[in-house]
Design a protein around this ligand. Sequence first.
Ligand code: DQA
Length: 156
Amino acid sequence: MALTILVVNGPNLNMLGTRETDVYGHATLDELIAGVAAHAESRGAVLRHVQSNVEGDLVAAIQTAAADGEGAADGEGAADGVVLNAGALTHYSIALRDAIAAVDVPVVETHLSNVYAREDFRHTSAIAGVCAGVVAGFGATSYLLAVDALIDLLGG
Ligand code: DQA
């Protein structure tokens, strides 16, 4: 059965295309996700996507990803692995960290920009320690690398 990868995008990522284009580029969120979905499909995986500016929605998406508890993505919203760009929540959300730690689904922390080459407050991640790994700094390619990493990790 095809693996299901859930992409979760957090606050302000709905603004891609017009937001700080010198940092995040000109592609819209829809364009970004279309490219990630095509890549996932080329690797035999199914992509789902959710974006929210609300911390609780991201917590719920992580919880729901593990809904069937077996890693097989049968349930509504369930996924085998998660590509998570939590935006600014990355840097301070203990609730998101706890949600990731609570589920048995691998999560890859993902960023368009190289957060370590930016302001000091972006050098801290509240979630990296409970994620399978981190990809940052490659623009849209960060998402493709995260998908590839999850598929390899999941043995797909
Ligand atoms: C981001 C980096 C974060 O520091 C920032 O708050 C974002 C986007 C990125 O994709 O580079 O919203 O996660």
